[in-house]
Design a protein around this ligand. Sequence first.
Ligand SMILES: Nc1ncnc2c1ncn2[C@@H]1O[C@H](COP(=O)(O)OP(=O)(O)OP(=O)(O)O)[C@@H](O)[C@H]1O
Ligand code: SF4
Ligand SMILES: [Mg+2]
Length: 324
Amino acid sequence: MALLEVRELVLHYASERGPVKAVDSVSFEVRGEGEALGIIGETGSGKSSLVRALMRIPPGNIDTYSGEVILKGKEIIHIPEEEFRREIRWKQIAVVFQGAMNGFNPVIRMGDQILERMVEERAIIPEKRREVAVELLKKVGLSEDTFFRYPHELSGGMKQRAAIAMALSLNPSLLILDEPTSALDVSIQAQIMNVLKQLKWDMGLSMLFITHDIALASDLCDRIVVMYSGQLREYGSAEQVLLDPQDPYTRELLSSIPRLHGKASPHFVTGAPPDPAEPPQGCRFHPRCPEKYEICTRKDPPLFATDDGHYARCWLKGKPPEKG
Ligand SMILES: Nc1ncnc2c1ncn2[C@@H]1O[C@H](COP(=O)(O)OP(=O)(O)OP(=O)(O)O)[C@@H](O)[C@H]1O
Ligand code: SF4
Ligand SMILES: [Mg+2]
């Protein structure tokens, strides 16, 4: 049984211009202990909206919120909010939000902030506080004295480690990380990636690792989802998606990465991502696709299986309908 199964998840926001299709019928699974699933996509492709949908914290302007999310065999999107809060949020699924390291309260010591959820849940007795916090700090490579420090006394990398420690405080089965390294410089990014690898390999923690950086995803993830304009475009093992991409968008993304060897020079995907309130008719990537043909402007392709566990949303991979 998969740890997490996401089936046709939809989160559309209401706007004056009509529904913003931020997450548009997305399905995937996180298979089991220690699997890291990477979600990659350009800005605005719906990555953070997917997190909001999974954590059941959509904003006020919902147009449509539907689908199924099954955690360890139990559907969790349609259960009462109180049950989700009591049993799932932070306890089974925890998240390090995009920009979390800037969200600490400046006047509260780090130790108290890291333990905040444990205290709220009465999951810790006062005499154990220090011991438990130090254990959490150690897991993310922070020293004991971090417990007494204030946020302004820590570097960006240290604050991001602390945000990860805070998310781990109730011992979740799945950790979601939304762009956990994007505001950090490269050497600090590498340190955070090492922390995540340790959590995955030593503790068997499963992760949903969200990033626009394919190189980082390839460093950590077993399988990869490529998102574009709220839809899942390609899905498969990291080897399948990165070494044998079947979708033109994935190929364009990959060719934008500079290479040390070989003659090919990098090029960026031309054009801008579509407006999710008015996505193009047909294949949403067609205005930017170098391989488009007639049907692409008329019909949105479904996901086609191209190999065992490998799927791509492209008419080049399946038979278009005879009519229409
Ligand atoms: N509350 C909202 N109301 C209307 N539109 C929204 C709302 N929140 C996000 N959007 C729009 O939904 C789309 C997806 O946004 P989202 O933040 O999920 O993208 P993202 O992939 O996380 O981008 P980034 O890489 O920049 O973090 C964007 O077009 C965004 O402008
Ligand atoms: S369906 Fe057509 S436009 Fe879309 S990615 Fe495939 S070839 Fe390109
Ligand atoms: Mg985001």
